[in-house]
Unconditional design. Structure first.
Length: 156
């Protein structure tokens, strides 16, 4: 396997108490992101909130950050990342902010330091974009939604 990319984090002012985003196990794919809130944030059922992490990030060129839900929040509370996976480009230098949505039945409380999402670093390839009059033929062709057997009642 190639050398690991270096992920650099800079703390926001007032964020001396939160741990650096970190991988919780040796085999974890994503590092957990904390909530950087002063007071508790209550997300009502069906509601959403933008939760800052208190960290700015530098992702190396050739990589992206993917903000993904934490499975425990989804399973236990119905809370997930609204735009999952959220993409963080390598040239972005702003604060990492997570859009949480509460799909559960009860209000969800976010407290300072709660692990609210995970950040996965993945390689990126930028394709060459070309316009064309024709595309190659395939067995599937233009058949879309449900064509492979799932949800076959959805029109293609």
């Amino acid at each position: 396997m190639s050398e690991r990319p270096v992920l650099k984090f800079r703390r926001a002012p007032g964020n001396d108490d939160l741990p650096l985003p970190r991988y919780m196990t040796a085999g974890a794919s994503g590092c957990d992101l904390p909530a950087f809130v002063e007071d508790v944030v209550v997300i009502p059922p069906g509601g959403r909130a933008m939760i800052p992490t208190g960290f700015y990030v530098e992702i190396p060129p050739g990589y992206e950050g993917q903000v993904r839900p934490r499975s425990s929040l989804a399973a236990k509370h119905g809370v997930t990342v609204l735009n999952a996976p959220g993409t963080i480009d390598a040239d972005y230098r702003g604060m990492l902010t997570v859009v949480l949505v509460n799909l559960g039945q009860e209000p969800f409380v976010v407290r300072r330091g709660d692990r609210i999402a995970q950040l996965v670093i993945a390689p990126v390839v930028q394709a060459e974009v070309q316009e064309t009059e024709t595309l190659s033929d395939t067995q599937r062709g233009e058949s879309g939604f449900g064509h492979t057997g799932m949800n076959s009642d959805v029109p293609s």
